[in-house]
Design a protein. Structure first.
Ligand code: FAD
Length: 455
């Protein structure tokens, strides 16, 4: 609860996942909020989602949703995925749990989540939602947004006193900051694109593969994944090079696509009746890592979510980290008060920037893990040994995936601990050839030594 109800109206640009949640947080603190969004209201238009239809929601995201009291509603329409299910080229399945019993990440429909948050924001008397408002330009000096009303095609200027840029990876607000002195900016496109495809529901809406898992077809240089939907279907994503022998460029005809899928994903093909049609109708999405700094301009503009840190999708943490931004900002307002924006913005970017950078690295790390290492028996053995170590040294070894996904440990700390653990495993694994080797006295001695040296 806020200490006092501030008089100024806060402006949020971008009613995506992060902007809507942020508006809810700010309104609950007593602020009046106006939220501008380029698209029409997705609740009216039969939603057109440009990007992944479902997202993996994990602990950081849940905590942020709990903070505004919506976690339970969302959980009811999420599907828990308790592990990875790997599919090899023979169709043989291998399961690897994500964490301990009871731990799961959740497959959640993006559109549903966004609409749910918008409904809640609209129900707040202090939030004013404005759709069809595209920001063309931000004037930082005059503190004005130049907005285009996409319906009337009229442009106008809209003054702001405090502006939150939650307008995603290609943020217009960040565009203005990029023109200021000593603003650091980088963007790196991956040489891979992604294509959304569908595994159909079976008769009566039955799931044709294990429902409570994230399915992975690791193929070394590329991969396909699938997340379950409530209607029995799965949303698949093929992550594939743009160029090369096996690439989007190489698959030009429906026959090329069918032959390729039958060769490399044979167990999936019979479940994908719309494969070739979707392959050519659905756009190929690109993936980018964006880093920048500072995230604020004076004490009147702050970038949040993908606008300040767009990452690759392979750890399922883009939205989760943006949601965590909202909880962190809320916590800082709690500590410093709702009117000391200068301190709050400075603290926010100082705290969050190293974590956002670590998360960007982690996302790239998980790309190689998912496309390549999860299909390797040695890697799966290593995971088993790691869980044996975790069992033997309670509280002293948390697998990296669990630290990122099932904890609130800052990403930078999780990443550093993960790298230390990886180095230990690299020294231990040459002595281990089967799970039983872990109990060999010589191996146990090495493990004890390593754990004694681990901080
Ligand atoms: P966005 O979702 O991009 O929202 C920005 C909003 O601003 C949009 O509504 C847009 O219309 C609006 N806007 C933009 N420009 C303007 C303008 N000029 N004027 C007015 N409005 C504007 N994350 C996870 O946590 N888990 C996952 O499993 C996951 N999977 C992913 C899979 C893929 C293939 C991709 C590409 C991403 C995935 N992500 C995932 C990342 C996640 O989608 C993003 O991190 C998240 O959407 C960021 O939210 P945001 O609100 O910051 O930005």
């Amino acid at each position: 609860t806020p200490s006092h109800a501030p008089a100024e109206t806060l402006t949020v640009l971008g009613a995506g996942l992060v902007g809507t949640l942020l508006s809810l947080y700010l309104a609950r603190r007593g602020h009046a909020v106006q939220l501008f969004e380029r698209r029409p209201d997705p609740r009216l238009e039969g939603s057109q989602e440009g990007r992944s239809i479902n997202l993996a929601l994990s602990d950081r995201g849940w905590r942020a949703l709990e903070g505004v009291g919506v976690a339970d509603d969302i959980r009811q329409v999420g599907i828990p995925m308790t592990g990875r299910m790997m599919h090899d080229t023979q169709g043989t399945l291998t399961r690897q749990p994500y964490g301990e019993a009871g731990q799961a990440i959740y497959s959640v429909n993006r559109g549903h989540l966004n609409r749910c948050l918008l409904d809640l924001a609209e129900a707040q008397p202090r939030v004013r939602l404005r759709f069809g408002q595209q920001c063309l330009r931000t004037d930082l000096r005059k503190q004005e947004l130049h907005l285009l009303d996409t319906e009337t095609q009229q442009t106008r200027t809209e003054p702001y006193t405090r502006l939150f840029g939650t307008d995603g990876a290609f943020s217009a607000v960040r565009g203005a900051l990029q023109k200021t002195d000593r603003f650091d900016y980088s963007q790196d496109f991956l040489e891979y694109g992604y294509k959304e495809l569908t595994i159909a529901a079976g008769p009566g809406g039955a799931w044709q593969m294990e429902k409570n898992a994230l399915h992975i077809w690791p193929r070394g240089q590329y991969l396909m994944i699938a997340l379950p939907n409530l209607d029995g279907s799965f949303n698949c994503t093929l992550f594939f090079p743009y160029e090369g022998a096996e690439s989007f460029a190489a698959l030009q005809t429906p026959a090329d696509v069918a032959a390729f899928f039958e060769r490399v994903f044979p167990d999936a093909v019979p479940l994908m009746p719309t494969l070739t049609q979707e392959f050519f109708e659905h756009p190929t999405g690109s993936m980018v890592t964006i880093k920048c700094f500072p995230w604020k301009y004076d004490d009147d503009v702050l970038l949040i979510g993908d606008a300040s840190h767009a990452i690759l999708p392979f750890y399922g943490q883009g939205m989760n980290s943006g949601f965590e931004d909202c909880s962190v900002l809320n916590q800082l307002l709690e500590e410093h008060g709702d009117d000391d924006w200068a301190t709050v913005f400075t603290e926010f970017q100082t705290q969050r920037k190293p974590n956002a950078d670590a998360m960007a690295d982690l996302a790239l790390y998980n790309f190689t893990e998912m496309r390549d290492r999860v299909g390797d028996p040695r890697f799966l053995l290593q995971k088993k040994i790691e869980s044996r170590i975790a069992g033997q040294f309670p509280g002293r070894w948390t697998p990296l995936y669990s630290q990122v996904t099932f904890s609130h440990t800052p990403y930078a700390e999780a990443w550093a601990a993960g790298q230390t653990q990886d180095a230990i495993m690299a020294r231990l694994m040459p002595h281990i050839h089967t799970e039983a080797d872990f109990d060999q006295p010589a191996v146990q001695e090495l493990v004890q030594q390593e754990m004694a040296n681990k901080r």
